[in-house]
Design a protein around this ligand. Sequence first.
Ligand code: AP5
Length: 222
Amino acid sequence: MPTFIVLLGPPGAGKGTQAQIVSQKLGLPHISSGDIFREHLKNQTELGKLAKGFMERGELVLDDVTISMIRERLSRPDCASGALLDGFPRTPAQADALAAMLAEFNGRVNAVPYIKVAEQVLVERLTGRWTCKAQGHVYHERHNPPKVAGICDLDGSELYQRDDDKAETVLNRIQVYFAQTMPLIEYYQKAGLLLEVDGTQSIEKVSSDLLSGLAKISKSIA
Ligand code: AP5
């Protein structure tokens, strides 16, 4: 049976940072809806053109568009034994669609780690974030700086600041999260799948809490 893990948390909670570590540890592909949208934006595809305005305003892209993009990604062979989802689902409609599509793939959501971070920490994290152009590796100018400023430690590519990490857009993304994504916490809590982790600890401690929590949920996951 495949293993599907959904990482929940507000913008800047550390989902991408943790997904890179945990996906390697568990041998699951890291599927980031934000990264897929940014790839479409870079390649100026029709989907990228459609998503651009929503992303620039810090709003969610339409559910049906996002759901079919993720369905296509999850149907690829590398997801046959499961995936670690980062940034999807983000609305109850997306969560229902995910459950339905995983049932088609003979799977289900096995665990939902929720990385909890207070609102006031998020703005500082996002406005200080630097991302690698080649593969999306994430740094922070104070909390997790690269060895050489502006250069990715892992692949040597240039680091850049995301357009939606401007303070004004960040505030809107956080509001959108509270209005549209927070209901998923209760949704997955009711399903008995939520695993709350304190995201204000060091990156290493968050990873170890995540991995030990997942191991407790199922010995077959970690
Ligand atoms: P997306 O790319 O998913 O952005 P997000 O959810 O807002 O999350 P972020 O990537 O900003 O934060 P993160 O939690 O991954 O934090 P990170 O690890 O980088 O989405 C972008 C846009 O795409 C959306 O606004 C929307 O328009 C669209 N979209 C995407 N999915 C969609 C969907 N399902 N439906 C509709 N639209 C969708 O860490 C942040 C910073 O903090 C980094 O600098 C990092 O180094 C630092 N940091 C991390 N952990 C720690 C720690 N423990 N201590 C100190 N610093 C830390």
